[in-house]
Ligand binder design. Structure first.
Ligand code: NDP
Length: 291
């Protein structure tokens, strides 16, 4: 079994991005700039955004964090988005989700200028992904494809089972894996909470991508010998022995599934770090105005 080291690959990608940034600046061009909007004080969202800002510093990007109270109105948020859309210094920006219930996430996402939507959530960018046009692929699926590439994991003609169909992970992941490109060409089965006999599907999978949000959901009896396992889940489970009172586990029961798999991502240290590297990559694409 090969443990897929997302942390290492993420750092490799960040070094490559940092070199490109140096080159951009040496040519007298402007420093790439990523902005992030954070609403409220949800601890997980704060951690994610702080990590993204820190990663920007690592690669030489300029970063701007814009914070709002949970009570901010939708209108105020839309005005800030309009400002960012028209700010030539900002190459790309993200709005950290989830947003408070009184704000329509869809309305906010649709207000983001597609050419600055480095999270790849805008319907225009999702449509471009479906049509195989250059686009910002949402960061987590983009990160997973890069992991498969860097580990030379064959995908052509393989059966890939994606569990979960969210707009940010499962659905774009299934589209990417089914593409007629070097890093895909899988036969894809997309499973969700209404799938009957999930185990029948997963037992036939050469590659399983689990994006469910349920700790230890995928067990060894669901996995065929030699399968590639990509665990997207990040779940907090109580652990009184730790000072913070919880630990992070994935959607895959790592101890038993790792024994049957050919490749597997750990949680933490697998897909998570790649999500940040992919966001930086998308920002670089935005700064270079590649499409
Ligand atoms: P969502 O809650 O939006 O989606 C979960 C999906 O799992 C849904 O499609 C749901 O089906 C499906 N599901 C739920 N129960 C079952 C079941 N019993 N059998 C089969 N499918 C089921 O989650 P996200 O996609 O946003 O996130 C998934 C996980 O990935 C979470 O743990 C999240 O924290 C993590 N994550 C990690 C990231 C990273 O960087 N590593 C980035 C983003 C997310 P249905 O549609 O029918 O409800």
């Amino acid at each position: 079994m090969v443990l897929i080291d997302g942390k290492k690959i993420s750092l490799e990608l960040q070094s490559e991005i940092a070199l490109e940034v140096k080159d951009i600046i040496a040519k007298g061009k402007k420093q790439p700039h990523l902005a992030a909007i954070l609403v409220g004080d949800d601890p997980a969202s704060q951690t994610y955004v702080n990590n993204k800002v820190k990663a920007c510093q690592n690669v030489g990007f300029k970063s701007t964090l814009i914070r709002f109270e949970t009570t901010v109105s939708e209108q105020k948020l839309l005005s800030k988005i309009d400002e960012l859309n028209n700010d030539d210094d900002v190459d790309g920006y993200i709005v950290q989700l989830p947003l408070p219930k009184n704000i329509s996430e869809q309305k906010i996402i649709e207000a983001i200028k597609p050419s600055k939507d480095v999270d790849g959530f805008h319907p225009v960018n999702v449509g471009r992904l479906v049509l195989n046009l250059p686009t910002y692929v949402s960061a987590t699926p983009f990160g997973i494809v890069q992991l498969l590439e860097r580990y030379n994991i064959p995908t052509d003609g393989k059966h890939c089972v994606v569990i979960g169909r969210s707009h940010i992970v499962g659905s774009p992941m299934s589209i990417l894996m089914a593409k007629n490109t070097k890093l895909a060409n899988c036969t894809v089965t997309l499973c969700h909470s209404h799938t009957k006999n999930l185990k029948e599907h997963t037992l036939n999978a050469d590659i399983i991508i689990a994006a469910i949000g349920k700790p230890n959901f995928v067990t060894a009896d669901m996995v065929k010998e030699g399968a590639v396992i990509i665990d997207v889940g990040i779940n907090r489970v109580n652990d009184a022995s730790l000072a913070k009172g919880f630990k992070l586990v994935g959607d895959v029961k790592f101890d038993e599934v790792s024994k049957k798999s050919s490749y597997i991502t750990p949680v933490p240290g697998g897909v998570g770090p790649m999500t940040i590297a992919s966001l930086l990559k998308n920002t670089l694409i935005a700064a270079k105005k590649e499409f």
